[in-house]
Design a protein around this ligand. Structure first.
Ligand SMILES: Nc1ncnc2c1ncn2[C@@H]1O[C@H](COP(=O)(O)OP(=O)(O)OP(=O)(O)O)[C@@H](O)[C@H]1O
Ligand SMILES: [Mg+2]
Length: 242
């Protein structure tokens, strides 16, 4: 009896926005403010690059890419901007879990031409935010993301929405992320405090340089928000270029 009670409690906690680090009305002021700063800097970067499309990545798995992508998209939508958030991580997709959405069909199904975008997209997940989840995990993610169908799809999305934000797999693990380079202004690079190493950042900069693309901002997550030192108190910080 005691065990059942404990499990139920844990389950409820694991389902809250707070437990998933997704920003909501219950989030700490400092975290919401940190994302507002990141949003403003991202908007300036995109304007300077004459683009409305960005991909969010990091070097290794589990550093907080998907969480940060969702939070940036929510932050833009809260400003009244029409945003499309796309899960382009077709190997370990997670946006549907973070936003508690069904993932019966999504990007892979649209690219495989089993369904169309309008049937798969989740409209107004919050006001102004539409989300296309990954869909079924395909055997050939790289071919799908490198296809002319993806090019056509993304170009149309960029016309229909004010901002298109893509979640990606880790840069240091699979090549898929760099396949997006022709459609984005550049990459927002997530750095997790006490997890991402200097070596990871150096390797990422090298890969980005070789691929002839760019990082348009760094987003530092997992900071100690109780710290009073510099921007660390915001929990998130955002910087230009490198
Ligand atoms: N700012 C944060 N502070 C503490 N924990 C976090 C933070 N952001 C994410 N996490 C936790 O880290 C784990 C991984 O998060 P997330 O899925 O966003 O990472 P990811 O980089 O997208 O992972 P993957 O490489 O598997 O796609 C989750 O348990 C998440 O709740
Ligand atoms: Mg992820």
């Amino acid at each position: 009896m005691k065990l059942i009670k404990k499990n139920t409690k844990n389950k409820v906690k694991a389902n809250t926005d707070k437990a998933r680090n997704v920003i909501s009305n219950d989030s700490k002021f400092a975290i919401v403010e940190g994302y507002k700063i990141a949003r403003t800097n991202l908007m300036f970067s995109l304007t300077a690059n004459q683009s409305n499309c960005v991909a969010v990545t990091s070097w290794s798995k589990g550093e907080g890419k998907s969480t940060a992508t969702v939070n940036l998209a929510i932050s833009l939508a809260k400003m009244g901007k029409r945003v499309l958030l796309i899960d382009t991580d077709l190997r370990r997709p997670n946006l549907h879990n973070l936003l508690k959405l069904k993932n019966e069909t999504g990007l892979s199904d649209v690219l495989g031409q089993f369904t169309d975008f309008y049937q798969s997209v989740h409209r107004d997940v919050i006001s102004f935010l539409d989300v296309l989840t990954s869909g079924a995990i395909p055997p050939n993610p790289s071919e799908l993301l490198g296809s002319s169908i993806f090019e056509e799809f993304i170009n149309k999305a960029k016309q229909e929405y004010e901002y298109v934000i893509m979640d990606t797999p880790p840069l240091g693990v699979v090549a898929d992320t760099l396949l997006l380079k022709n459609y984005v202004a550049g990459y927002v690079f997530v750095v997790r405090e006490r997890v991402t190493t200097h070596g990871d950042i150096e390797s990422a900069l090298q890969s980005i340089k070789i691929a002839d693309t760019k990082i348009i901002g760094f987003l530092k997550v997992g900071c100690d928000i109780k710290s009073k030192k510099g921007y660390n108190k915001y929990g998130y910080k955002y910087g230009y270029g490198y």
